[in-house]
Design a protein around this ligand. Structure first.
Ligand SMILES: N[C@@H](CCC(=O)N[C@@H](CS)C(=O)NCC(=O)O)C(=O)O
Length: 220
């Protein structure tokens, strides 16, 4: 009998978020925990991420990557969709509900995340510009627009479309990147939505694993 190796996820050797679980390996770890698939992690330094060996896995020199046997993937949307498609639990069986859950994954990555990443770019790369304050306000108002629309759609529901799905997982992971901004707190229903997802045992296992990894890397 051949023993099937676990899938391997690449992660920051030392995450700049200091264990807050904001790097994008978190959504992959979380999806794997939700479906009960054990996995291995392989740390990559910032320098190694830009080397040819890593670029063979990730053309843009980033993390995470996901290697499962002969399959190698490098976009978190594709990785989470792959995990959800090969295990039960993250995508509804009903065909239309299945399509809508994937719809929410795309919305998280294509419509919500870019506005949040814009804010990170302003904060980390444009702070010394004369127009910094003005641009930050503009970008934050754009985020508020997305949060307003999302909270209107969520309404009083626990999850975006029936049971918790990969669409919620991706949306919550994207919203978590607002940690510390104060923006999410302006939308109590979304704040509660994120807290509800963060209370899931699978989220906690993923979070604790990345935190333990960060702590161990710091101790070396
Ligand atoms: N669209 C990609 C984004 C990947 C990404 O931005 N990864 C970040 C970590 S969260 C990274 O590697 N940053 C370092 C860099 O770009 O040099 C995905 O969702 O997988």
């Amino acid at each position: 009998m051949t023993l099937q190796a676990n899938p391997t996820v690449t992660v920051f050797e030392r995450s700049p978020d200091e264990g807050r679980g904001l790097a994008r390996d978190m959504r992959v770890r979380w999806a794997l925990e939700e479906v009960g698939q054990p996995y291995d992690v392989r740390p990559v330094s910032f320098a190694a991420m830009k080397e040819p060996a890593h670029r063979a896995l990730h053309p843009f020199g980033q993390i995470p990557t996901f290697v499962d046997g002969d399959l190698s993937l490098f976009e978190t949307g594709a990785i989470v969709l792959h995990i959800a498609s090969h295990h039960e639990g993250l995508l509804p069986l009903d065909a239309d509900a299945h399509a809508r859950a994937i719809n929410w994954m795309f919305a998280a990555l294509g419509t919500i995340e870019p506005t949040i990443v814009d804010r990170e770019v302003v904060l980390y790369l444009e702070r010394s510009e004369s127009w910094f304050e003005q641009r930050l306000r503009t970008v934050e108002d754009r985020i508020r627009g997305r949060l307003n629309d999302l909270s209107r759609r969520l309404g009083d529901a626990d999850w975006l479309d029936g049971a918790f799905s990969a669409g919620d997982l991706m949306t919550v992971d994207v919203l978590r990147r607002l940690d510390g901004s104060g923006l999410l707190e302006e939308y109590p229903s979304l704040y509660a939505y994120v807290a509800r997802a963060e209370a899931r045992p699978a989220f906690n296992r993923a979070f604790d694993a990345q935190r333990a990894f960060f702590n161990a890397a710091g101790a070396m």
